[in-house]
Design a binder for this molecule. Sequence first.
Ligand code: ZN
Length: 384
Amino acid sequence: MIMNDKSHHQTCTNCVMDTSDPSIKFDGNGVCDHCQDFKNNVKPNWQTDNRGRQELTRIVERIKASARGKDFDCLLGISGGVDSSYMLHLAVKEFGLRPLVFHVDGGWNSELAVHNINVMIDKLGLDLYTEVINWEEMKDFQLAFFKSGVPHLDIPQDHAFIATLYHFADKYNIKYILNGGNFSTECVQYPMKYYYYGTDMAQINDITKRFGTVKMETYPFSSIFRHKIYLKYIRGIHVVKPLNYMPYYKDEALALLEKEYRWKPYPQKHFESRFTRFYEGYWLPERFGFDPRRVMFSSLILTGQMTSEDALEKLKQPAYNLDRIEEDFNFIAIKLGISREELQGYFNMPKKYYWDYKNQQNVFRLGAKALHWLGVEKVKKRKK
Ligand SMILES: [Zn+2]
């Protein structure tokens, strides 16, 4: 049982978010602000009926028109997870697009992820552009985050993905990026305390300067200023999230992928990376008392794909297969080139958070506000 730091514990009466999210607020009926936010801000702006279809058809036409005579008309990053895999299927089979499909290999792909990417690429007859991150740099970057004591250990993987995406868009002069992000399975925000911004270079620089030991000569970096301003406004690169314009149900998407591509499901969202499986399934719940399944399940509850009874039942079981923890603990330590004891030491060390290191949180907050006021980001979601 994971205990919360606070003595007062409360779970939302509608979804399964609880006080392990430190900024959660409840109304008089015990309904949390994630649920209020969904009802007031997301749902009114989320059209998956005919209006959404028509809008998406117009967008697809614009994408095609932007790339006449070119080899690719859009860019699509694939992790091997269900959202990006399903989006690839739609892009090619339903919209008739010609995406440049790329994958970032940060050294932690599970065999299942490799299988899932390969079966799709083969069946659709596409080429895959793989960016392999220099392992010595990646390892050192990840170790720096372990040594810093913060919860957001996924940043070295996430940042490489984002930076590579924009690098490809820039290099091949592709104006549209298809993104598998969606309200249907991701409408609830992860708490900032555990999932800090992956593109805050002040934080990354501070942590790598203090704890890193090798020079990051080839690792792809991209600051938020570069991709949100330079690439968007100067180069005119747009991000499109097709899954938000249609009904998107995870179970149906899975069934289609399994049938059409011999695609195989993962036991949990984000488990396509062996590192993320360890980090979200074990490290976050056990070291920090935050179980990310609460966010995933709550999104599914709000969009009618799961009941809160089912979610609460599942949450009683640990996300991690406890029989395998020894094996995986050793695997992670060996892969990072450290002893099991050293890894255990990071697990036991005092907890640190993003505010313990340099950060530009205020700039990020201001930027989000500005984009909302300018009407660029129409759907204003709770800021973590
Ligand atoms: Zn709620």
